[in-house]
Design a protein around this ligand. Structure first.
Ligand code: PLP
Length: 396
């Protein structure tokens, strides 16, 4: 096993470095394929980059895109906070020793057990976006503080989360007024502009709309709101290069600076922290020539680590360990007996042999998290690298 940390920048370039190739081959020799190589050093670098780009914002890592214990431990050591949505996520952070006061629970629609499990752990901040949900907190009113989630539609994002969750500014004011009557404390406002949002203007518009709601609340004589949660959605570069994060965040910081000094700002980044931290490795199980094209059948596919091709529309950069320069139009298919299980329809690849390795970069977010065992093909095993700074570790 290579004993140095993987170069972070190497993950985002396309061809494999000699060091990466050595690591991949050694890992497959030890553990077999398919694999997911999770580099905690990249998690650290991404967290630090976003913390630098949003200097006055508390970052709560949203577990959903990669709920892995090594990621939780790495981020806890960095001083991160956490964003939870389910009792399973509560259990995961609790098992890793995350103090409950570093967590918020942001699922807008909850069962009573979701609320009580989080409260038993010690998480006291929850999200509502409607009056029905507000009523669920009447029995817990002395223990909780709520954020009201607003909706701002975003057709550009991979996932327009404002379609499913969030309320209008008018409804937010109604919820806050009703909470005051019920004696339930409202801590602030939140929104999620949508995952992999390409324009910072979406955040700017949302921040300014929230600022207006905060002003209206004060004018109505309701208690001033102390918190604004600007959600997740921060984008990463898949096959297409996007704006570097510090440039992306500059207008967001400018908008945040117009809020009253007393407002504490939070964010809930998921994808940005983990997407570049994982490389997937699959091997060729078989091949056929169909209609003049080479078809390679891999041991991982759409129902496995590449599930994001369906659920997330991500365009993962794919490379081969075999770096022959002569390439042919090829199809990469997954292992299951289902016809939609195709990873790449039209890709130029060198001539591959059975057992050759196919590597995809940027496979950390919404990949293994949404994988299934369909057709009894086991999910790829995750191998953790560099969990402790400067010490090479290898934990399954
Ligand atoms: C999924 C989700 C996130 C993370 O979003 P990314 O786009 O991955 O940054 C944050 N907050 C909530 C409420 C979510 O549902």
């Amino acid at each position: 096993m290579a004993n140095s940390a993987l170069d972070f920048s190497a993950f985002s370039s396309s061809a494999l470095s000699a060091e990466e190739t050595q690591l991949i081959e050694a890992s497959v020799a030890q553990f077999g394929a398919p694999l997911l190589l999770l580099d905690c050093e990249v998690v650290r670098q991404q967290y630090r980059a976003l913390a630098r780009a949003l200097p006055n914002v508390t970052l709560h890592f949203a577990l959903k895109p990669l709920p892995h214990a090594s990621v939780v431990r790495t981020l806890l050591a960095e001083g991160a906070s956490f964003d939870l949505a389910t009792s399973g996520e509560v259990e995961l952070v609790a098992s890793q020793g995350v103090p409950a006061d570093k967590t918020i629970h942001t699922h807008p629609i909850k069962r009573d057990s979701d609320i009580s499990d989080a409260l038993n752990y010690g998480c006291t901040v929850f999200v509502v976006d409607n009056l029905n949900e507000l009523d669920k907190f009447i029995t817990y009113k002395d223990q909780v503080e709520l954020l009201v989630r607003l909706s701002f539609r975003n057709a550009e994002a991979f996932a327009d989360l404002s379609k499913k969750f969030g309320c209008t500014t008018e409804m937010a004011i109604e919820i806050i007024t009703q909470a005051q009557q019920l004696g339930i404390r409202i801590k602030g406002l939140s929104f999620h502009v949508g995952s992999q949002t390409s324009s910072p203007q979406k955040y700017v518009d949302a921040i300014l709309a929230c600022k207006q709601v905060m002003e209206t609340i004060v004018q109505l004589g309701l208690p001033a709101l102390s918190t604004l949660d600007i959600g997740g959605g921060f984008p990463v570069s898949y096959a297409k290069q996007i704006t570097p994060i510090e440039i992306f965040c500059a207008p967001i910081n400018e908008a945040l600076a117009s809020l009253p000094q007393t407002v504490q700002v939070l964010a809930e980044p998921g994808r940005f922290i983990v997407a570049p931290a994982v490389m997937s490795v699959a091997s060729v199980m078989g091949q056929a020539i169909r209609e003049g094209k080479m078809w390679y059948y891999l041991d991982d596919g759409i129902y496995g680590s590449f599930s994001g091709l369906m659920f997330d529309e991500a365009d993962y950069p794919i490379v081969t360990v075999n770096q022959d320069t002569q390439c042919f139009p090829s199809v990469l298919a997954g292992p299951t007996c289902d016809s939609i299980d195709v990873v790449a329809e039209s890709i130029m690849l060198p001539k591959l042999n059975n057992g050759d390795l196919i590597v995809a970069r940027m496979m950390g977010a919404y990949t293994s998290a949404t994988a299934t065992d369909f057709n009894f093909f086991k999910r790829a095993q995750t191998i953790t690298l560099n969990e402790h700074e400067n010490i090479q570790t290898l934990v399954c």
